[in-house]
Design a protein around this ligand. Structure first.
Ligand SMILES: CSCCC(=O)C(=O)COP(=O)(O)O
Length: 627
């Protein structure tokens, strides 16, 4: 029987469904160690002594707490950054730590729109004016003149940061008819849809009617909006910040507001909290202020309860879905958890990333989540006599923030690519090779080096050598670059289209809706990946995909360093990233980088039936991903 102690605020219906015996205890004072609490409260001490799992939000889980909980194997911190957990102590005792990333992304995005509307329509000022008894019959239309605001439809919202909250703000603002510009150097153009314009920060600031900030606070983003950037804002522009105060230089901001150099601003976050009663911001008439409440919603408790329950279920699978009686049996551990050393590394990394504690923690969804450990678990049917047949009955579950997709054999049939697409590229190689273009020139030189041709080889000779590589489906980077140019033009001309297995688009939509970030990593060049996803017969899939990686951008797919690069570019911890691929060597490379992997073992595809070092499934329908 798994014993679970919950001190976090928790949805009682979800607590009742947890697989084990649940003891709930109210949250102690912020920052109190559960160890100290156990020392003072024998009833709580008895519960902690028996606990396999502790779920906490603010309570500190330090070495004292761990000493009082000798059976403990899992801590779930109901926040994005486990700033209340001593990760090194957990790692030393082999206690796994999970978090609940993105738990407040939706409500924070809602609040951003509320703050934005309140600011541009002067809602708090109008309300205060009315309550003060100012509306008199002398001039019944006075407020109509006094509180005139702007409409949102047709105006440009500049979204700085297209992460979990930023993307949700985009969707909501589009509902108001706003034009959207986004600044996010980690997002591929088109990643948020064709209607979203990607701009450099300066251009975004200079052209937007309203600017809203949603980037995580890091050393690089601290002071991102300083005097120079503020000076770019138009005099009729508004600035909204429900992200992190320190993204903006306080002195420069006060000067701009004091001098009325922008129309107004709305802030939910402050450089010093609580805001002092004599803070100058309180005296500025053109500013709407709220006390750091963007994440204050009961829905956040429901969401973190749901995510915590998923974390518990993946570490302690319900008996019916696992053949093993204990989650610590050798078979499941092998399939579900990295070894102790990698667990320690993950914990150390998480500790370094943890941001300073904030009691509300409501900014968490804006930060890239690199905190909680995950695993892919195989849930095999009880009786599977034929080993190959058994592979096709595997269901893989994973807890991840990002799913990265291979294309050929994974999202799409190899036969279609090697047929329709290769047929289209083959006769066009000679012409492309002759183009006066830097990318082509570089690819041409690389192709000569790779195929061993003479330096003065003709376009026809190089094209013929490349057709030889195509015959063997060699994933040559210069070949992929040239194919990518040809295919991008083919898609644009409507002469080719893409193909996705039927199970793929619905799962991509579902994962996207659940807040799971999606990216692509294929040998096919990014230039071809984007139209491939855009021209899916099932509809444009690019709005679902945050970024695209090829071997130019990330490196070879069989090298673990390439996966390190992708994780860094996506701002995700390797163990929070899930790679889906059909190629056994790519499975191994991603696993070596500490990623979770599920192999696609699709009937009729080139690698069907291969010996994969990861759980294998026959379709995306068999993959369950939770955050
Ligand atoms: C953009 S569709 C063409 C994909 C392609 O050329 C290719 O080689 C796919 O390789 P993958 O790494 O996705 O198996």
């Amino acid at each position: 029987m798994t014993r679970i102690v919950i001190t976090a605020p928790f949805d009682p219906r979800i607590a009742a469904e947890l697989p084990g015996e649940v003891v709930t205890a109210s949250e102690a004072e912020t920052g109190q160690s559960l160890g100290a609490r156990a020392a003072a409260d024998p009833v709580f001490a008895a519960a902690l002594a028996e606990a396999d799992v502790v779920i906490a939000e603010l309570d500190r889980i330090d070495d004292d707490a761990l000493a009082a909980a000798p059976r403990l194997s899992l801590v779930v911190a109901c926040r994005a950054n486990p700033a209340n957990v001593d990760l090194a102590a957990c790692a030393a005792r082999g206690v796994e730590v999970r978090t609940t990333p993105g738990r407040n992304a939706d409500v924070t995005a809602d609040f951003t729109l509320a703050l934005l509307l309140a600011t541009v329509r002067h809602v708090p000022a109008a309300s205060a004016w009315l309550r003060a008894g100012n509306w008199s019959g002398d001039d019944v239309f006075e407020p109509y003149a006094r509180f005139r605001g702007i409409g949102l439809s047709g105006r440009q919202l500049g979204v700085v940061g297209g992460g979990a909250v930023g993307r949700r703000v985009v969707r909501r603002a589009q509902g108001f008819g706003m034009r959207i510009a986004v600044y996010d150097p980690f997002l591929a153009p088109g990643a948020l849809g064709d209607d979203v314009q990607h701009l450099e920060l300066d251009d975004l600031l200079a052209t937007s009617d309203i600017v809203t900030l949603h980037v995580p606070l890091t050393p690089e983003t601290t002071g991102l909006i300083a005097a120079r950037e503020l000076a770019l804002l138009r005099p009729d522009a508004y600035l909204v910040n429900a992200g992190r105060a320190a993204l903006v230089d306080r002195d420069a901001l006060l000067a701009v507001l004091r001098e009325g150099r922008i129309a107004g601003a709305g802030f939910d976050v402050f450089h010093d909290e609580p805001l002092s009663s004599d803070d100058e911001l309180l005296r500025l008439p053109n500013v709407t202020l709220t006390p750091h409440i963007a994440g204050a919603s009961d829905d956040v408790v429901v969401e973190h309860s749901r995510l915590a329950a998923a974390a518990v279920a993946s570490v302690f699978p319900p008996p019916s879905s696992s053949p093993s009686p204990s989650p610590h049996s050798a078979e499941v551990r092998e399939a579900t958890a990295p070894d102790a050393e990698s667990r320690t590394q993950a914990a150390t990394h998480r500790n370094a990333d943890a941001s300073p504690t904030h009691p509300d923690d409501s900014r968490e969804a804006t930060a890239p989540d690199a905190e909680s450990r995950t695993q892919a678990a195989t849930h095999r049917e009880a009786s599977t006599p034929d080993p190959h047949e058994r592979e096709h009955h595997v269901t893989a579950t994973a807890t991840a923030d990002v799913v990265v997709l291979d294309i050929e054999g994974t999202t799409s049939a190899a036969g279609f690519i090697l047929g329709d697409l290769y047929d289209y590229a083959r006769p066009r190689l000679d012409e492309v090779l002759g183009r006066d273009d830097d990318t082509v020139r570089a690819a041409r030189a690389d192709a000569i080096a790779e195929t061993g041709l003479d330096a003065d080889a003709s376009d026809a000779e190089i094209a013929e050598a490349l057709r030889g590589l195509m015959a063997k489906d060699v994933k040559s980077t210069p070949l992929k670059t040239l194919q990518g140019i040809i295919w991008a033009e083919g898609f644009a001309a409507g002469e080719i289209h893409s193909q996705f297995f039927d199970d793929v688009p619905p799962r991509l939509h579902a994962w996207h809706e659940d807040g799971i970030r999606l990216a692509v990593y294929s040998s096919g060049s990014v230039a071809s990946q984007v139209p491939w996803f855009r021209h899916a017969p099932q509809g444009d899939l690019t709005p679902l995909v945050e970024d695209f990686f090829d071997t130019v951008k990330a490196g070879p797919k069989k090298e673990s360093a390439s996966f390190d690069k992708i994780a860094a570019a996506l701002g995700v911890a390797p163990d929070r990233a899930l790679f889906l691929t059909d190629h056994p060597d790519e499975v191994s490379a991603a696993l070596a980088a500490g990623w979770q992997v599920v192999a696609l073992d699709r009937a009729g595809e080139p690698w069907a039936g291969a010996d994969f070092a990861a759980p294998a499934v026959a379709s995306f329908d068999e993959i369950e991903v939770t955050r």
